[in-house]
Design a protein around this ligand. Structure first.
Ligand code: PEP
Ligand code: CO
Length: 459
């Protein structure tokens, strides 16, 4: 059955939902705006602004997720932990797109299946925090909650939640989206070509021979394709990148939630693929209430404390008709916890019979702080969680159909290890993230090759 056609006899409104119904629930991780009148006037303005994506793109993505659920695609979701307005520029966007495109090519070729490319971009501006406030040298101010809310500098003015930032967030997302669409449509094709890949790191890896084999075979495949088709392998003609962000700031999401002519139901038109963060996935909470009524595919972060019962209830609430293409479960357990925590959840979901796409986020369970206070992640742990995830799903007759990664196309030093074996002292050299540490260009490519290699060993 076409996943788009099912479940449209009863509308979400029949079940008491409307775009503001979340407001009757407890909403965690929300900004506390000192000036409510200003907030309301900004939200009114926002609700009149054009959407950032379209319903038909969202429905196409849903179909592709349904195919991934059936084992016929791999889902690659990656980008910054948080975007910031200052980095809404051509270099950062181009490099991020380049690494995602090259990773997806390595995966497509190695896994022999098409890859769904989803950026954590064009709207990833709101962050959950462990505390509402931050204290430095006896001064307490509101925590930084992402550029959508306030600014990172530690001054009262910068940390004051400022509703005007919602308009800036919409504008920066639109600029990013516009540039991504232009790049994908036009002059980006060359990045498929082996000469645009920086593979100098390969020789430093203990797996140098294997990686060189994968890289050479990929180069030959691109050339072969061009020879037989007589055109550039990279002439992508339609939008081939989807956007995603954590739909955390519910007032912002609500303002861009719309009914679309000739479509049934409501769409969140800020992004193709909004996800629910681990801290806001309460079954009775505001975020789950909001997500219940939109037709976008929905990601749910699943942490080590998630129970089988919670997952069953979430599936029932967010996908009552068990529609294909609707739910993506993104587990983020940590390398040391995954083996104990994941299998009962896989079994519970299998028992429901409801289709999901399982994706592994090997980043968020592996964050640690060095003795000098720098937040980092070890490549070894990231790799280990990813490999264990592939193996566990395989053992349980399930399919690990994707990876969710924090990465950048820049040459940063935020995660240790990888082929060049970055050490803790390297972290001082090029650490740019103001939130979580990201894989750099080389580490991201290395991880995609490791994923290929792990799947090859299983088959
Ligand atoms: C994130 O993806 O940046 C994040 C905060 O993740 P989680 O909700 O899984 O902790
Ligand atoms: Co993060």
């Amino acid at each position: 059955m076409n996943p788009q056609q099912k479940n449209l006899d009863s509308t979400p409104e029949d079940k008491g939902w409307h775009p503001a119904s979340w407001q009757a629930r407890e909403a965690k991780q929300q900004a506390k705006y000192p000036d409510q009148a200003e907030l309301q006037s900004v939200l009114k303005e926002l609700s009149g602004l054009p959407p950032l994506v379209t319903s038909w793109e969202i429905l196409t993505l849903r179909n592709q997720i349904a195919e991934a659920q059936a084992g016929n695609r791999f889902f690659l979701q990656g980008g910054d932990c948080a975007e910031n307005f200052a980095e809404c520029n051509s270099e950062v966007i181009t490099n991020r797109l380049k690494v995602l495109l090259q990773m997806s090519l390595a995966l497509t070729h190695g896994l022999q299946k098409p890859v769904v490319r989803v950026g954590r971009f064009a709207g990833q501006y709101a962050k959950p925090r462990s505390s509402d406030v931050e204290t430095r040298a006896g001064v307490t101010l509101p925590s930084y909650r992402g550029d959508l809310v306030n600014s990172v500098e530690f001054t009262p003015a910068a940390r004051r939640p400022n509703p005007q930032r919602l308009i800036q967030g919409h504008a920066s997302s639109a600029m990013t989206m516009n540039f991504v669409r232009a790049l994908v449509d036009g002059g980006f094709a060359d990045l498929h070509h082996p000469e645009y890949w920086n593979l100098s790191w390969v020789q430093h890896s203990p797996l140098a021979d294997e990686f060189q084999r994968l890289a050479d075979s990929l180069g030959r495949a691109v050339k072969f394709l061009e020879t037989i088709s007589g055109r550039h392998a990279g002439s992508l003609k339609r939008l081939d990148f989807y956007t995603s962000h954590e739909a955390l700031h519910l007032h912002y999401e609500q303002a861009l939630t719309r009914i679309v002519p000739r479509q049934q139901g409501w769409f969140n038109l800020t992004t193709h693929f909004p996800w629910i963060g681990m801290r806001t996935a309460d079954v009775e909470g505001a975020h789950v209430e909001y997500f219940r009524g939109i037709r976008n595919p929905v990601g749910i972060k699943v942490g080590p404390d998630a129970s089988a019962t919670q997952l069953e209830q979430l599936l029932k609430k967010l996908n009552p008709e068990s529609e294909a293409g609707r739910i993506v479960l993104i587990h983020r357990m940590g390398a040391s916890a995954i083996e104990a925590k994941l299998p009962p959840l896989i079994r519970a979901v299998q028992h429901t019979g409801s289709p999901v796409l399982w994706v592994c986020d090997p980043m968020h369970g592996n964050t640690e702080t060095t003795s000098s206070g720098i937040k980092t992640r070890r490549f070894r742990n990231i790799m280990s969680e990813m490999e264990t995830a592939i193996e566990l799903h395989h053992q349980h007759s399930s399919y690990l159909g994707g990876a969710h990664l924090e990465l950048t196309g820049e040459n940063v030093t935020e995660c240790t290890g990888g082929a060049r074996n970055l050490s803790e002292t390297d972290l001082n050299r090029a650490y740019k993230s103001i939130v979580d540490p990201r894989l750099n260009y080389e580490q991201a490519l290395e991880l995609s090759m490791l994923i290929v290699s792990k799947f090859e060993k299983l088959s």
